[in-house]
Design a protein around this ligand. Structure first.
Ligand code: AMP
Ligand code: MG
Length: 419
């Protein structure tokens, strides 16, 4: 049986190994939003994907206003040397503009966020001033226009502030609110069916027979898919029987937009998932030149996209991040965005087999006051604690053969590759 730990490699049986980037290019080329749109109130919009551009009907900020508490003055009234003494003509607080005009030699007591009164162009900070007999006295030096925010300096009226395809984080929701929008057009949640497979796999809480194993993959996949905004249906554990797998996948395709499974995609005779997909749809690829996670089945059941993730728990999560996540985002209507990667020097040495890309679990450390990445000791694709005890994936390219300490490597934080 071909596992993804590199033992008993049987290259060349049937399909060739496909480089990850080729697979991803192929995948993103085909995928479009699979779901309809709806309008949601701003309060419910976080985590959703924007389906239409948002333009601002107003300038933000709406008016020139003060950035500090102090005194609004005409810069021309400040002498190049010595003290300025300006008569206080009024008061402007946030929500309470000063209605009059401010003449030469005059100032307005002003507070943060208050509109600039007509006349002044600069705000003196109150810490730099004192008041005496209805006048403000300032002895410092200040640039013209200081401490003043300009109308439209954040967003000019008419500008597109959010583009369709944007995943709405708290800051996008905040910006939509800042331009006065009350509802957003978003894609409906992607309906994701999740199965595990394997006669040895049991749900936590069930008795564990001899040779049994608790299902961790389904919980990982459900949490990952929900974290991306999917509406997940838990469809339990399938036995290692072709007819059962085929029927269950067929039924799930009726009312889901994506089917995710784990296990049963290797070369063993108990691995029926590929055959079950082929029986009622098509298999696009299933062998990637990556470790962990070589067997990843990507296809469709009827018209519904299908990803069969490998059974080993680390491989399941890594291939979810590498393959299922971009597919899922595409189907959700989100614009393609590769997760950011960071160049970090290695704090380890390692000999690598060329010809496939490896994603090792690593931890960020400080060495001599600098950030570096250390590799987690146990890299087996079943060692789930390598995920909880690490910070992310170290991406070792196909042709790399040797890592030496200090060598810069690409590091992908879990937060980014799963988020
Ligand atoms: P398979 O690809 O089905 O041969 O599974 C590969 C390895 O992953 C085997 O050791 C399985 O027992 C294990 N495995 C499969 N499914 C799960 C699961 N849902 N949770 C935890 N381990 C699993
Ligand atoms: Mg299995």
């Amino acid at each position: 049986m071909a596992d993804d730990d590199g033992r008993d490699d049987r290259f060349g049986i049937g399909d060739a190994l496909m480089p990850l980037d080729d697979a991803l290019a192929d995948l993103t080329g085909r995928v479009n939003a699979a779901v309809g749109v709806e309008r949601v109130p701003l309060r419910r919009a976080a985590g959703r994907v924007l389906a239409a551009d948002v333009a601002s009907p107003i300038d933000v900020p709406r008016h020139d206003n003060s950035a500090v508490d102090g005194y609004a003055v005409r810069h021309a009234d400040l002498p190049p040397e010595g003290e300025a003494r300006l008569r206080i003509a009024g008061r402007a607080a946030a929500g309470h503009p000063f209605a009059g005009t401010v003449g030469p030699g005059e100032a307005v007591r002003i507070f943060t966020g208050a509109p600039m009164p007509a006349g002044p162009d600069t705000v003196l900070m109150q810490e730099d001033c004192r008041e005496e007999d209805g006048a403000v006295i300032f002895a410092g030096r200040i640039k013209a226009g200081a401490n003043r925010r300009f109308a439209g300096e954040d967003v000019a009226a008419g500008r597109r502030v959010l583009a369709a395809g944007r995943r709405l984080r708290p800051q996008e929701v905040a910006l939509a609110a800042a331009v006065g929008v009350t509802e957003l057009e978003v894609y409906r949640p992607l309906r994701v069916a999740v199965f595990s497979t394997g006669d040895e796999v049991r749900d936590p809480g069930q008795d564990l027979p001899e040779g049994g194993i608790y299902d961790s993959n389904r919980y990982a996949i459900m949490a990952l898919a929900e974290g991306l905004g999917g509406a997940v249906t838990d469809l339990g554990i399938l036995p290692d029987r072709l007819d059962a797998v085929r029927d269950a996948l067929g039924a799930a395709a009726a009312d889901h937009d994506l089917i995710l499974t784990s296990g049963g995609v290797s070369l063993g005779e108990e691995d029926h998932v590929k055959a079950a997909v082929q029986a009622q749809g098509a298999l696009h690829f299933w062998r990637l030149a990556i470790k962990p996670g070589r067997p990843v089945a990507l296809g469709q059941v009827g018209d519904v996209p299908f990803v069969g993730l490998p059974g080993n728990p680390v491989a399941t999560m890594v291939t979810f991040a590498l393959v299922a996540r971009p597919l899922m985002l595409g189907l959700m209507g989100a614009s393609a965005e590769a997760p950011p990667r960071y160049r970090v020097p290695a704090a380890f040495s390692f000999r690598k087999k060329p010809g496939r890309r490896e994603f090792q679990r690593g931890r960020l450390v400080h060495r001599d006051g600098r950030l570096a990445v250390e590799v987690f000791a146990a890299q087996g694709s079943g060692i789930l604690s390598s995920m909880t005890e690490s910070d992310g994936l170290i991406d070792l390219p196909e042709d790399l053969e040797q890592v030496t300490p200090g060598q810069p490597l690409d590091f992908l934080p879990f937060r980014e590759v799963f988020g």
